[in-house]
Design a binder for this molecule. Sequence first.
Ligand code: G6P
Length: 531
Amino acid sequence: MPSSDSSSAPLAGEFDFVVVSNRLPVDRITDENGEPSFRTSPGGLVTALEPVMREADGAWIGWTGSADDHAEPFEHDGIHLLPVALSDTDIELYYEGFSNDTLWPLYHDVIAPPAYHREWWERYVIVNQRFADRAAEATAEGGTVWVQDYQLQLVPKMLREKRPDLTIGFFNHIPFPAYGIYSQLPWRTQIIQGLLGADVIGFQRTADAGNFSRAVRRLLGYQAKGTVIDVPVEAESDVASAKHRISSVGRAGGDKLVRTVVAKAFPISIDAARYEELARRPDIQARAKEIRDGLGNPKVVMLGVDRLDYTKGIGHRLKAFGELLADKTIEVEDVTLVQVASPSRERVQTYQTLRDEIELTVGRINGDYSTISHTAISYLHHGYPREEMVALYLAADIMLVTALRDGMNLVAKEYVASRFDNDGVLVLSEFAGASDELRTALRVNPHDIEGLKEAMLQATAMTKAERSRRMRAMRKRVQENDVARWSSSFLAALATPSDDLALPKANLRMQTRSEARQDERTEAREIEETQ
Ligand code: G6P
């Protein structure tokens, strides 16, 4: 049952551990009496951080999701929530504009063209400052703040300026692009400087961390070797209060103090045990059977589950499926595709255009190939509770994850975690972060429609023994590296004085030259690849 009790939050400045994200981990709902209240959102982040929150008397800062919501701090399911209000203009310029129409397409390899507007940027700065101020007033002396995602990249620096006593972490949930793409951003230097306010900057993949370090070297000329970046210290307060992270580095022209920042990969995950627990529930298994019955019991059920976003490659997946039907390689009586496309960012034009395109394609394929008793594509423009998702995972013989670029893709991990029967085939894009870990998935390049069709056919024809071998290996990985492990390893890195991670300083000058050569090689390769 959703619960929402108000007012027992301690006064500002008392929290030893504070998470800052654009959205609070709750959704506003209206209960059966018409009373507004909150429900914990289904995301994994809150599950991961809940134990840390309780132990450290933590608080979460974020937006409730409604315009001009000036809600007071409140407690929900044992977590202190500190709302930040966003006006209509903030939503339009900071959230829909700069976050989701500039940074989102840019960081996803310009699949859609990013728009650059100075007005959007100015509002991004204003709103980031508001989040930073809230964190500065809420966090206790010497406390830890963990900032989440691309909407808040300026917060680490803004917060450090106000509160140099704090330990600050940042985690980027989406990819960080190669320098050739990142360098388009008119405010590229400010963003990098904003992030470098953190002590530890986490990324999904090693490649993302590498792209970030290269951008730092290119734009600011700082030493960035391995996972450690040396940031020259300017403010006296930095020296006084963050001693454990400052080391003296000898350089030509005199000694210079640097603050060491760690930038490395911490691949995010899910609460795997919780998914398995749900999948083992008899009512959810009964629901899975009901879903298959409802589809007319086809031999094969394929499934796609995505936010309706142009990064997810939904169109490529539909094209491949439509061609298989057109070629008569598969028959509509035998194979059904269920596509869940949950509504997302609906006021942004690119998302409206995408929705039109996808729904036109679905309509055409269904019009051409469905029969009275068998629908080719069951298209669902809804979000569903976790129980229903797990039933869908159990009902699906083949899970299609064909993202063109994706930080991680937790749906792939959820499917694997739910398949305690060691059955089911995961077709997984090599451009999703999850493909670094889920090596025994059928990996595809979604741009290669022929390759995608072949993988879909290979999945339908795969023997039970091979399905089981591949699924077991993936399950082991997801069970071991669950979301609790993700958060504890990030927080452990944050608690480790970064000198322990630093490299021998004697080699610094030589390493700098070899890094420069390495950067040149990487760029030459990137240029070749784009030609
Ligand atoms: C991605 C981002 C999150 C974001 C989520 C939903 O997963 O990394 O930061 O919250 O999409 O998008 P929305 O714009 O609805 O918050």
